[in-house]
Design a protein around this ligand. Structure first.
Ligand code: FES
Ligand code: FES
Length: 155
């Protein structure tokens, strides 16, 4: 079986993987990084979103072997020691986390988005998050939190 060499949250990893193994399976079942969630497994819900070289990808649709030589960031790699990332912090403050199942994917999408667009309007935020489904919050608090995180990151 092929060997996958990649970096996860700054740590070099080397694993023998099945050629049909998905990235989210590798992260959760092989590396025990269970912060990344599995929802639909069909590319529809965004729960499995992680960053590959800083860009969001869906872990359920990404073959693990496509990550050869890449830098993967998961929700476990976002906070710095005990300091939450501003996106995480503002989601907590806004009360934008209910069951929390969508939250890791939302955080990863929002972090990548705010790097590309540091001063987005509400429509742009809604568009950026259109692939991240949330059954609980109605999105309003999530949008507000991302607006506040953008302000914090700009300041
Ligand atoms: S689990 Fe990957 S998009 Fe839903
Ligand atoms: S907080 Fe429950 S799915 Fe979003």
């Amino acid at each position: 079986m092929p060997v996958l060499r990649f970096t996860v949250n700054g740590v070099p990893r080397e694993l023998v993987v099945d050629s049909c193994e998905t990235l989210v399976y590798t992260l959760r079942e092989r590396l025990h990084l269970t912060g990344t969630k599995i929802g639909c497994e069909q590319g529809a819900c965004g729960a499995c979103t992680v960053l590959m070289d800083g860009k969001p990808v869906l872990g359920c649709l990404t073959p693990a072997l496509r990550c050869q030589g890449k830098e993967i960031t998961t929700i476990e790699g976002v906070a710095e020691n005990t300091h939450l990332h501003p996106v995480q912090e503002q989601l907590v403050r806004a009360g934008a986390i209910q069951c929390g199942y969508c939250t890791p994917g939302v955080v990863m999408t929002a972090i990548a988005f705010l790097k590309e667009n540091p001063d987005p309007d509400e429509t742009e935020i809604r568009e950026a998050l259109s692939g991240n489904l949330c059954r609980c919050t109605g999105y309003t608090k999530i949008i507000k939190a991302i607006q506040r995180a953008a302000e914090e990151l700009r300041s």
